[in-house]
Design a protein around this ligand. Structure first.
Ligand code: COA
Length: 150
């Protein structure tokens, strides 16, 4: 398995990148401003993430996703660690990530790999998404913001 930057002439793996964020409009904006990285195994894309510059020395990890059949096998951890390394080697001082209040596994993953909770954007998902989102029987309403110094 290799993790590499997607070339400018390659199509992003929309289907499962949208697993991470059901809003196509937000995703397309990310793709214009950010850089997409993919995990590939035998030529098949099995995971992906986008690094989005949000301030001069800060980058945000967005749209991290692993193909559903491979969840729980450590690939998400490898993508998070790769994103941290790429951000560091590109000279960023801080990496941020945001996830839903209902995304229990994601909150565990990010904190296990060095992110600390820095804030809550109350009602973010109510304001920005037209449909209600439920995970783990919890309504996703607020965005939990996490950050890590590099
Ligand atoms: N409680 C405690 N730890 C949990 C957990 C829970 N409920 N759920 C997951 N974890 C931990 C795992 O045990 C693992 O820890 P470890 O590295 O110490 O073993 C870690 O989180 C990540 O597991 P991993 O197998 O690497 O994750 P994954 O390959 O399944 O990928 C996602 C994680 C989030 C990328 C994947 O589930 C996905 O693509 N989800 C859909 C898209 C999405 O929600 N993206 C995030 C948007 S914010």
């Amino acid at each position: 398995m290799v993790i590499r930057k997607l070339n400018i002439d390659e199509k992003p793996p929309m289907d499962f990148l949208l697993l991470a964020d059901p809003s196509r409009i937000i995703f397309e904006e990310y793709m214009q401003r950010g850089e997409c990285f993919v995990a590939e195994d035998d030529g098949q894309i099995i995971g992906s993430y986008v690094l989005l510059p949000i301030r001069p020395e800060t980058v945000e990890l967005v749209n991290i996703a692993v193909i559903e059949t491979l969840h729980g096998k450590g690939l998400g951890k490898q993508l998070v660690m790769n994103a941290i390394e790429v951000a560091k080697s590109n000279g960023y001082r801080t990496i941020e990530v945001g996830t839903g209040n209902s995304s229990i596994g994601q909150l565990a993953l990010y904190q296990k790999y060095g992110f600390r909770i820095t804030g809550v954007d109350i009602d973010f998902f109510i304001r920005h998404y037209s449909e209600e989102i439920f995970e783990n029987s919890i309504q996703c309403r607020d965005m939990i913001r996490l950050s890590q110094d590099l």
